[in-house]
Design a protein around this ligand. Structure first.
Ligand code: BTN
Length: 325
């Protein structure tokens, strides 16, 4: 995409109504004929742009694909997305981001793919990644923290994804420890952190984020352990994938900034507010065996779940599946 067309998209995204041809020509420093040529090129790329005499141009809809130029045009942060790699097909964006980070990729590098052939889920599971419908992305972070603090960053991506869902669909997702995002009890997003560390510090963390945006019922694998859904299935409306991606990366940028300045506290508070289990009685099972029960009272600074059992003992749980009683 021509950079001027990218600027036109950015203007469309920052303003809701019509933008006159005269203003576009002034802001871009090109003739009105050149503006019209860029508008035509965008239309050929699948953007629906309305043109009304004496009012100007208005973006009606974007093509249903993640357009890296459009995502870039939407970004308003300082770190996340400074480098953005888009791949039509890959095995796993986490693997790609990990390799880039090992080769020295700057903090904030983002890898996005349209489809993954080996999408990685937690605990060695597969993350179903059909083409043309969802978001699969991985972000490289290089915070100066100790390895045991790295799980805090998963909570950051959970809150960023939850905020983006609210901002783009008005649906209110709930978070289930450690980091599943649910709508009406069904999983809509999953997060997978991976890290490279030494004993005295981390080299980098990869935040892997998968959000089911426009997946249809027949696209979910039949052998899912837990019920799953997509934003489109829950809201009834197709999600603009580029806009969702830009919104989520911007929220991640704000949260990461807060994390660096204020630490984990504010993110933990928001995460706990959004957590489905907050203050409720739960059972935790590991590999199918139920092991601990108690009241969910929060997470600690390392991201471990804190449960208070009936005999008033505080249990610290680091892995397992949570079921609300
Ligand atoms: C889970 O099991 O809930 C975590 C799923 C994480 C999936 C995302 S999709 C983008 C990134 N790349 C991967 O291979 N996995 C993560």
């Amino acid at each position: 995409m021509h950079p001027k067309a990218g600027t036109i998209l950015r203007l469309f995204h920052t303003e809701d109504g019509y933008i006159s041809g005269e203003r576009l020509s002034r802001e871009l420093g090109i003739s009105r004929t050149a503006v019209w040529k860029h508008i035509s090129a965008l239309r050929n790329d699948g953007y629906i742009i309305e043109a009304v005499p004496s009012r100007g141009y208005r973006l009606v809809s974007s093509p249903d694909r993640i357009d890296p130029h459009e995502v870039r045009a939407l970004l308003d942060g300082t770190r996340i997305g400074r480098r953005l790699e888009y791949l039509k097909l890959t095995s796993s964006t986490n693997v790609d981001a990990f390799r880039l980070a090992e080769d020295g990729a700057i903090e904030g590098t983002v890898v996005i793919a349209d489809t993954q052939t080996g999408g990685k889920g937690r605990r060695g599971r597969v993350w179903s990644s059909p083409a043309g419908v969802n978001l699969y992305c991985s972000v490289v972070l290089r915070p100066a923290i100790m390895p045991h603090e790295a799980p805090q960053l998963t909570f950051l991506s959970a809150v960023a994804a939850a905020r983006a869902i609210e901002l783009t669909t008005r649906l209110v997702p709930e978070i289930k420890w450690p980091n599943d995002l649910l709508i009406s009890g069904k999983k809509v997003a999953g997060l997978l952190n991976e890290m490279s560390a030494e004993t005295d510090g981390i080299n980098f963390v990869i935040l892997g984020i998968g959000v089911n945006l426009n997946m249809t019922v027949d696209q979910f694998p039949g052998d899912l352990r837990h019920p799953a859904t997509s934003l489109m299935l829950e809201s009834g409306a197709r999600v603009d994938r580029s806009r969702f991606t830009g919104t989520m990366l911007n929220e991640l940028d704000r949260l990461y900034h807060d994390f660096l300045v204020h630490g984990f506290g504010p993110i933990r508070d928001e995460w706990q507010r959004r957590c489905i289990a907050n203050g409720r009685d739960v059972l935790v099972s590991d590999s199918g065996t139920e092991c601990t029960g108690g009241r969910f009272v929060g997470i600690d600074a390392d991201g471990a779940m804190l449960l208070r059992s009936e005999d008033n003992i505080l249990h610290r749980i680091t892995c397992g599946d949570v079921r609300i009683i």
